[in-house]
Design a protein around this ligand. Sequence first.
Ligand SMILES: Nc1ncnc2c1ncn2[C@@H]1O[C@H](COP(=O)(O)OP(=O)(O)OP(=O)(O)O)[C@@H](O)[C@H]1O
Ligand SMILES: [Mg+2]
Length: 304
Amino acid sequence: MSITRIEDAKAYLKQSEAVADRFSRLHQRSVTLEVKDLTKVFDSNKGPVTALNKVSFKAHRREFVCVIGASGCGKSTLVRILAGLETPTSGQVLLNGNAVSGPGPDRGMVFQGYTLFPWLTVKRNVMFGLLESGRSVTTAEEEAMQWIDLVGLGKFAESYPHQLSGGMKQRVAIARSLANQPKILLMDEPFGALDPQTRARMQSHLMEIWRNIDITIVFITHDLDEAIYLADRILVLRPHPGEVEEFIEVPVPQPRDPSQLLSDEFLATKHRLEQLIHPERDDLDDSLKMVRMVRIDDDIPSVL
Ligand SMILES: Nc1ncnc2c1ncn2[C@@H]1O[C@H](COP(=O)(O)OP(=O)(O)OP(=O)(O)O)[C@@H](O)[C@H]1O
Ligand SMILES: [Mg+2]
Protein backbone atom coordinates (compact mmCIF):
# COMPACT_ATOMS: atom_id res chain seq x y z
CA MET A 1 0.00 0.00 0.00
CA SER A 2 1.43 3.41 -0.85
CA ILE A 3 2.12 5.89 1.93
CA THR A 4 -0.21 8.44 0.38
CA ARG A 5 -3.08 6.02 0.64
CA ILE A 6 -2.51 5.24 4.32
CA GLU A 7 -2.19 8.91 5.14
CA ASP A 8 -5.27 9.81 3.18
CA ALA A 9 -7.97 8.48 5.52
CA LYS A 10 -10.65 9.62 3.08
CA ALA A 11 -9.22 7.78 0.05
CA TYR A 12 -12.12 5.30 0.18
CA LEU A 13 -14.50 8.16 -0.63
CA LYS A 14 -12.85 8.80 -3.99
CA GLN A 15 -14.80 7.19 -6.81
CA SER A 16 -13.94 6.89 -10.47
CA GLU A 17 -16.47 8.41 -12.84
CA ALA A 18 -17.77 4.93 -13.77
CA VAL A 19 -18.25 3.98 -10.10
CA ALA A 20 -19.93 7.31 -9.24
CA ASP A 21 -22.26 6.81 -12.24
CA ARG A 22 -23.13 3.33 -11.10
CA PHE A 23 -24.03 4.58 -7.61
CA SER A 24 -26.16 7.38 -8.97
CA ARG A 25 -28.07 4.79 -11.05
CA LEU A 26 -28.30 2.47 -8.03
CA HIS A 27 -29.85 5.23 -5.90
CA GLN A 28 -32.49 5.79 -8.58
CA ARG A 29 -33.61 2.15 -8.46
CA SER A 30 -36.70 1.34 -6.38
CA VAL A 31 -36.20 0.69 -2.66
CA THR A 32 -36.63 -3.02 -1.89
CA LEU A 33 -35.89 -2.85 1.81
CA GLU A 34 -36.44 0.04 4.16
CA VAL A 35 -35.43 -0.25 7.80
CA LYS A 36 -36.77 2.59 9.94
CA ASP A 37 -35.56 3.38 13.44
CA LEU A 38 -35.26 -0.26 14.38
CA THR A 39 -34.69 -0.87 18.08
CA LYS A 40 -34.49 -4.22 19.81
CA VAL A 41 -34.16 -4.59 23.56
CA PHE A 42 -33.75 -8.11 24.97
CA ASP A 43 -34.50 -9.01 28.58
CA SER A 44 -31.65 -10.91 30.12
CA ASN A 45 -30.83 -12.00 33.67
CA LYS A 46 -28.41 -9.04 33.84
CA GLY A 47 -31.17 -6.63 32.85
CA PRO A 48 -32.25 -5.22 29.48
CA VAL A 49 -29.78 -5.47 26.56
CA THR A 50 -30.21 -3.01 23.69
CA ALA A 51 -29.07 -5.10 20.71
CA LEU A 52 -30.12 -2.49 18.13
CA ASN A 53 -30.74 1.20 18.62
CA LYS A 54 -32.61 3.24 16.00
CA VAL A 55 -31.03 1.48 13.03
CA SER A 56 -32.18 2.94 9.70
CA PHE A 57 -31.06 2.20 6.14
CA LYS A 58 -32.38 1.37 2.69
CA ALA A 59 -31.38 -1.27 0.14
CA HIS A 60 -32.30 -0.78 -3.51
CA ARG A 61 -33.49 -3.36 -5.98
CA ARG A 62 -30.67 -5.75 -6.97
CA GLU A 63 -28.31 -4.14 -4.52
CA PHE A 64 -25.77 -6.22 -2.58
CA VAL A 65 -25.46 -4.90 0.99
CA CYS A 66 -22.95 -6.36 3.43
CA VAL A 67 -23.31 -5.76 7.16
CA ILE A 68 -20.23 -5.87 9.34
CA GLY A 69 -19.41 -4.94 12.92
CA ALA A 70 -17.81 -6.30 16.07
CA SER A 71 -19.21 -9.43 17.69
CA GLY A 72 -22.40 -8.62 19.60
CA CYS A 73 -23.25 -5.46 17.65
CA GLY A 74 -26.61 -6.91 16.61
CA LYS A 75 -25.99 -8.26 13.09
CA SER A 76 -27.83 -11.54 13.62
CA THR A 77 -30.59 -9.77 15.51
CA LEU A 78 -31.01 -7.41 12.56
CA VAL A 79 -31.20 -10.21 10.02
CA ARG A 80 -33.62 -12.20 12.17
CA ILE A 81 -35.91 -9.18 12.41
CA LEU A 82 -35.69 -8.71 8.62
CA ALA A 83 -36.63 -12.37 8.24
CA GLY A 84 -39.60 -11.88 10.58
CA LEU A 85 -38.21 -14.42 13.07
CA GLU A 86 -37.87 -11.77 15.78
CA THR A 87 -40.11 -8.79 16.52
CA PRO A 88 -38.55 -5.36 17.01
CA THR A 89 -39.15 -3.42 20.22
CA SER A 90 -39.85 -0.37 18.05
CA GLY A 91 -39.34 0.72 14.48
CA GLN A 92 -40.35 -0.85 11.21
CA VAL A 93 -39.16 -3.00 8.32
CA LEU A 94 -40.73 -2.39 4.91
CA LEU A 95 -40.32 -4.73 1.97
CA ASN A 96 -41.35 -3.03 -1.25
CA GLY A 97 -43.34 -0.64 0.92
CA ASN A 98 -45.18 -3.34 2.91
CA ALA A 99 -44.55 -3.79 6.62
CA VAL A 100 -42.93 -7.10 7.56
CA SER A 101 -44.75 -8.79 10.42
CA GLY A 102 -43.53 -12.39 10.25
CA PRO A 103 -41.65 -14.84 8.03
CA GLY A 104 -42.71 -14.96 4.37
CA PRO A 105 -41.74 -16.43 0.99
CA ASP A 106 -40.61 -12.97 -0.19
CA ARG A 107 -37.49 -13.43 2.01
CA GLY A 108 -35.00 -16.27 1.69
CA MET A 109 -32.51 -17.09 4.44
CA VAL A 110 -29.16 -18.84 4.46
CA PHE A 111 -27.32 -19.30 7.76
CA GLN A 112 -23.83 -20.46 8.62
CA GLY A 113 -24.94 -23.92 9.80
CA TYR A 114 -26.18 -26.33 7.17
CA THR A 115 -29.91 -26.42 7.48
CA LEU A 116 -30.75 -29.06 4.89
CA PHE A 117 -33.02 -32.01 5.66
CA PRO A 118 -30.52 -34.87 5.96
CA TRP A 119 -33.07 -37.52 4.96
CA LEU A 120 -33.91 -35.82 1.63
CA THR A 121 -31.84 -35.75 -1.56
CA VAL A 122 -30.54 -32.45 -2.94
CA LYS A 123 -33.44 -32.33 -5.37
CA ARG A 124 -36.02 -33.11 -2.70
CA ASN A 125 -34.52 -30.47 -0.40
CA VAL A 126 -34.92 -27.82 -3.10
CA MET A 127 -38.38 -29.10 -4.07
CA PHE A 128 -39.59 -28.89 -0.47
CA GLY A 129 -40.68 -25.23 -0.45
CA LEU A 130 -42.04 -25.48 -3.98
CA LEU A 131 -44.35 -28.36 -3.02
CA GLU A 132 -45.37 -26.46 0.14
CA SER A 133 -46.41 -23.52 -2.01
CA GLY A 134 -48.72 -25.76 -4.02
CA ARG A 135 -46.69 -26.66 -7.14
CA SER A 136 -47.32 -30.09 -8.69
CA VAL A 137 -44.52 -32.63 -8.27
CA THR A 138 -43.56 -32.32 -11.96
CA THR A 139 -43.38 -28.52 -11.87
CA ALA A 140 -41.54 -28.53 -8.54
CA GLU A 141 -39.03 -31.01 -9.95
CA GLU A 142 -38.45 -28.96 -13.11
CA GLU A 143 -38.01 -25.71 -11.19
CA ALA A 144 -35.79 -27.35 -8.56
CA MET A 145 -33.48 -28.71 -11.26
CA GLN A 146 -33.11 -25.21 -12.77
CA TRP A 147 -31.96 -23.83 -9.43
CA ILE A 148 -29.70 -26.81 -8.77
CA ASP A 149 -28.10 -26.29 -12.19
CA LEU A 150 -27.69 -22.59 -11.44
CA VAL A 151 -25.60 -23.39 -8.37
CA GLY A 152 -23.61 -25.93 -10.41
CA LEU A 153 -24.82 -29.11 -8.68
CA GLY A 154 -26.79 -30.78 -11.49
CA LYS A 155 -24.77 -33.98 -11.10
CA PHE A 156 -25.54 -34.20 -7.41
CA ALA A 157 -29.34 -33.88 -7.56
CA GLU A 158 -29.84 -37.41 -6.25
CA SER A 159 -27.13 -37.18 -3.55
CA TYR A 160 -27.88 -36.80 0.14
CA PRO A 161 -26.45 -33.92 2.21
CA HIS A 162 -23.93 -36.16 4.04
CA GLN A 163 -22.37 -37.02 0.66
CA LEU A 164 -21.60 -33.34 -0.07
CA SER A 165 -18.78 -31.01 1.00
CA GLY A 166 -19.53 -27.93 3.15
CA GLY A 167 -19.44 -25.61 0.12
CA MET A 168 -21.79 -27.87 -1.81
CA LYS A 169 -24.24 -28.00 1.09
CA GLN A 170 -24.28 -24.21 1.23
CA ARG A 171 -24.94 -24.10 -2.51
CA VAL A 172 -27.94 -26.38 -2.00
CA ALA A 173 -29.11 -24.07 0.81
CA ILE A 174 -28.81 -21.11 -1.59
CA ALA A 175 -30.68 -22.99 -4.34
CA ARG A 176 -33.41 -23.91 -1.88
CA SER A 177 -33.83 -20.29 -0.76
CA LEU A 178 -33.80 -18.96 -4.33
CA ALA A 179 -36.32 -21.57 -5.54
CA ASN A 180 -39.09 -19.71 -3.69
CA GLN A 181 -38.15 -16.64 -5.74
CA PRO A 182 -37.76 -14.27 -2.81
CA LYS A 183 -37.31 -10.54 -3.36
CA ILE A 184 -34.48 -10.52 -0.91
CA LEU A 185 -31.90 -13.04 0.23
CA LEU A 186 -30.76 -12.72 3.86
CA MET A 187 -27.44 -14.39 4.59
CA ASP A 188 -25.91 -14.60 8.08
CA GLU A 189 -22.22 -15.51 7.78
CA PRO A 190 -23.11 -18.20 5.25
CA PHE A 191 -19.49 -19.01 4.36
CA GLY A 192 -18.06 -18.66 7.87
CA ALA A 193 -17.49 -22.40 8.31
CA LEU A 194 -15.79 -22.98 4.94
CA ASP A 195 -12.07 -23.27 4.26
CA PRO A 196 -10.52 -20.22 2.52
CA GLN A 197 -10.42 -21.72 -0.99
CA THR A 198 -14.00 -22.98 -0.88
CA ARG A 199 -15.04 -19.67 0.59
CA ALA A 200 -13.44 -17.75 -2.28
CA ARG A 201 -15.17 -20.01 -4.81
CA MET A 202 -18.51 -19.54 -3.07
CA GLN A 203 -18.08 -15.76 -3.14
CA SER A 204 -17.52 -15.79 -6.90
CA HIS A 205 -20.40 -18.18 -7.33
CA LEU A 206 -22.77 -16.03 -5.30
CA MET A 207 -21.84 -12.92 -7.29
CA GLU A 208 -22.46 -14.79 -10.52
CA ILE A 209 -25.93 -15.82 -9.28
CA TRP A 210 -26.66 -12.28 -8.07
CA ARG A 211 -25.72 -10.83 -11.46
CA ASN A 212 -28.07 -13.26 -13.22
CA ILE A 213 -31.26 -12.93 -11.21
CA ASP A 214 -33.42 -10.16 -9.80
CA ILE A 215 -32.49 -10.36 -6.13
CA THR A 216 -31.43 -7.96 -3.39
CA ILE A 217 -28.93 -9.43 -0.96
CA VAL A 218 -28.22 -8.57 2.68
CA PHE A 219 -25.10 -10.47 3.68
CA ILE A 220 -23.57 -10.53 7.15
CA THR A 221 -19.90 -11.20 7.54
CA HIS A 222 -16.96 -10.72 9.89
CA ASP A 223 -14.51 -10.78 7.02
CA LEU A 224 -13.51 -7.35 5.70
CA ASP A 225 -12.17 -8.68 2.38
CA GLU A 226 -15.37 -10.63 1.83
CA ALA A 227 -17.50 -7.55 2.52
CA ILE A 228 -15.52 -5.33 0.13
CA TYR A 229 -15.34 -8.00 -2.56
CA LEU A 230 -19.09 -8.67 -2.53
CA ALA A 231 -20.87 -5.46 -1.59
CA ASP A 232 -22.18 -2.46 -3.42
CA ARG A 233 -22.45 -0.84 0.00
CA ILE A 234 -21.28 -1.90 3.46
CA LEU A 235 -23.35 -1.09 6.52
CA VAL A 236 -20.98 -0.79 9.47
CA LEU A 237 -22.56 -1.26 12.91
CA ARG A 238 -20.95 -0.30 16.19
CA PRO A 239 -21.72 -2.29 19.36
CA HIS A 240 -23.40 -1.61 22.73
CA PRO A 241 -25.87 -0.61 21.58
CA GLY A 242 -25.87 -1.69 17.93
CA GLU A 243 -26.06 1.50 15.89
CA VAL A 244 -25.21 2.50 12.34
CA GLU A 245 -21.65 3.82 12.22
CA GLU A 246 -21.38 4.36 8.48
CA PHE A 247 -22.89 3.13 5.21
CA ILE A 248 -19.96 2.91 2.79
CA GLU A 249 -20.24 2.97 -0.99
CA VAL A 250 -17.53 0.51 -2.06
CA PRO A 251 -15.43 2.35 -4.67
CA VAL A 252 -14.18 -0.89 -6.32
CA PRO A 253 -15.63 -1.16 -9.86
CA GLN A 254 -18.12 -3.90 -10.78
CA PRO A 255 -17.98 -6.65 -11.93
CA ARG A 256 -15.53 -7.78 -9.30
CA ASP A 257 -12.70 -10.22 -9.65
CA PRO A 258 -10.00 -11.40 -7.23
CA SER A 259 -7.27 -9.30 -8.88
CA GLN A 260 -8.97 -6.22 -7.35
CA LEU A 261 -8.07 -7.34 -3.81
CA LEU A 262 -4.85 -5.36 -4.07
CA SER A 263 -6.24 -2.35 -5.91
CA ASP A 264 -5.96 1.14 -4.42
CA GLU A 265 -9.74 1.38 -3.92
CA PHE A 266 -9.92 -2.00 -2.23
CA LEU A 267 -7.08 -1.26 0.20
CA ALA A 268 -8.39 2.22 1.00
CA THR A 269 -11.79 0.73 1.88
CA LYS A 270 -10.18 -1.98 3.99
CA HIS A 271 -8.14 0.63 5.82
CA ARG A 272 -11.34 2.56 6.62
CA LEU A 273 -13.15 -0.56 7.84
CA GLU A 274 -10.22 -1.48 10.06
CA GLN A 275 -10.33 2.00 11.59
CA LEU A 276 -14.05 1.64 12.26
CA ILE A 277 -14.05 -1.90 13.57
CA HIS A 278 -10.84 -2.10 15.55
CA PRO A 279 -10.38 1.46 16.84
CA GLU A 280 -9.34 0.64 20.41
CA ARG A 281 -5.82 -0.61 21.06
CA ASP A 282 -6.72 -1.05 24.77
CA ASP A 283 -8.70 -4.21 23.96
CA LEU A 284 -5.63 -5.72 22.38
CA ASP A 285 -3.52 -4.89 25.40
CA ASP A 286 -6.07 -6.59 27.66
CA SER A 287 -6.14 -9.73 25.59
CA LEU A 288 -2.35 -9.87 25.57
CA LYS A 289 -2.30 -9.56 29.34
CA MET A 290 -4.70 -12.50 29.57
CA VAL A 291 -2.52 -14.63 27.37
CA ARG A 292 0.45 -13.83 29.59
CA MET A 293 -1.53 -14.70 32.75
CA VAL A 294 -2.59 -18.05 31.35
CA ARG A 295 0.96 -18.87 30.35
CA ILE A 296 2.32 -18.08 33.80
CA ASP A 297 -0.44 -19.66 35.88
CA ASP A 298 -1.04 -22.81 33.83
CA ASP A 299 1.44 -25.32 32.61
CA ILE A 300 0.74 -24.97 28.89
CA PRO A 301 3.42 -26.39 26.60
CA SER A 302 4.93 -23.86 24.23
CA VAL A 303 4.08 -24.16 20.57
CA LEU A 304 7.27 -22.37 19.55
N1 LIG B 1 -32.38 -13.96 22.66
C1 LIG B 1 -31.57 -13.09 23.29
N2 LIG B 1 -31.72 -12.78 24.58
C2 LIG B 1 -30.91 -11.88 25.20
N3 LIG B 1 -29.93 -11.23 24.60
C3 LIG B 1 -29.72 -11.50 23.31
C4 LIG B 1 -30.50 -12.44 22.57
N4 LIG B 1 -30.06 -12.50 21.29
C5 LIG B 1 -29.03 -11.63 21.22
N5 LIG B 1 -28.84 -11.03 22.42
C6 LIG B 1 -27.82 -9.99 22.71
O1 LIG B 1 -27.94 -8.98 21.74
C7 LIG B 1 -26.66 -8.52 21.32
C8 LIG B 1 -26.52 -8.70 19.82
O2 LIG B 1 -26.47 -10.07 19.52
P1 LIG B 1 -26.31 -10.62 18.02
O3 LIG B 1 -26.32 -12.10 18.08
O4 LIG B 1 -27.32 -9.97 17.17
O5 LIG B 1 -24.85 -10.07 17.65
P2 LIG B 1 -23.95 -10.36 16.37
O6 LIG B 1 -23.51 -9.03 15.87
O7 LIG B 1 -24.67 -11.26 15.43
O8 LIG B 1 -22.70 -11.12 17.00
P3 LIG B 1 -21.72 -12.18 16.32
O9 LIG B 1 -20.84 -11.39 15.41
O10 LIG B 1 -20.95 -12.75 17.48
O11 LIG B 1 -22.54 -13.21 15.59
C9 LIG B 1 -25.65 -9.29 22.14
O12 LIG B 1 -25.27 -8.50 23.24
C10 LIG B 1 -26.39 -10.52 22.57
O13 LIG B 1 -25.91 -11.01 23.79
MG1 LIG C 1 -24.26 -13.19 14.63
